[in-house]
Design a binder for this molecule. Structure first.
Ligand code: PEP
Length: 256
């Protein structure tokens, strides 16, 4: 039994639509019972326009919903942005920040990402903060250096957040959406490094903070990953779009 309650979050990315979502919500409602919810914290992150639909379908369950991103500014003339207050208004309990697709495709940097986390926390949203190295960085053997820098920028906000409201998602960029997951041993080594680095940087509750793994998690590899001592669940992309697969991954988190 792990000292931290496992957490599994589904990142739907820019997928779905009203009908497809209905199908997915129906599948989740049918399979996720109170017993599973008592063992694992579950979150789904649909695209912004469907957060109201998530509230309607999940409002009477213990499954939480959240944003895939949030603005780094409070309000005002920022066309297309969505603030932490708005997410909270739509019943979100969580938001993801710093996903690698936003870092690499949209140029988001650590400073902006930690600002987003700060604003989200101030607005009573809990945060899933993504970090990870690219394939090139891993091949150049600078994974720890890259992660140390990402953790250093985030350390003040992590240190100020209650442990249960802040989750680190370690997502090696080379494993996201590629079908090529990190091995459980590779992921464990990095999770342990992240935890000790946070502690060395003054995060006193580093042992209580959940560190989840993301990158091609499937029902077939979930249990081996989640059984590792420092892997506290997963951030799931592709497999979160299929109810049976997502539920199987949640069950693996309960066992892990
Ligand atoms: C993700 O988008 O955060 C992710 C981990 O995707 P996938 O599971 O599809 O690799």
């Amino acid at each position: 039994m792990k000292p931290r309650k496992p957490l599994v979050a589904g990142n739907w990315k820019m997928n779905g639509g009203t009908l497809a979502n209905e199908h997915l919500f129906t599948g989740l409602r049918a399979s996720i019972d109170r017993h599973l919810m008592s063992q694992v914290e579950l979150i789904v992150c649909p695209p912004y326009p469907y957060l109201g639909q998530a509230a309607a379908w999940l409002g009477d369950t213990d499954i939480a919903w959240g944003g895939q991103n949030v603005a780094s500014l409070e309000s005002g003339a920022f066309t297309g942005e969505v603030s932490a207050t708005m997410l909270e208004d739509l019943g979100c309990k969580w938001t993801i920040v710093g996903h690698s697709e936003r870092r690499t495709l949209l140029g988001e940097e650590d400073e902006t990402i930690s600002r987003k986390a700060e604003l989200a926390l101030a607005q009573k949203l809990n945060v899933i903060y993504c970090i990870g190295e690219t394939l090139d960085e891993r091949e150049r053997d600078i994974t720890e250096e890259v992660l140390r820098q990402q953790i250093e920028r985030a350390a003040p906000v992590i240190a100020s957040a209650p442990a249960e409201r802040f989750v680190i998602a370690y997502e090696p960029v080379w494993a996201i959406g590629t079908g090529r997951s990190a091995t459980p041993e590779q992921a464990q080594a990095v999770h342990e490094f992240i935890r000790t680095t946070m502690a060395a940087m003054g995060v006193q509750h580093a042992r209580q903070i959940r560190i989840v793994y993301g990158g091609s998690v499937k029902p077939s590899n979930a249990l081996a990953l989640f059984s590792m001592p420092d892997i506290d669940g997963g951030l799931i992309g592709g497999a979160s779009l299929v109810a049976d697969e997502f539920v199987a991954i949640c069950r693996a988190a309960a066992l892990g």
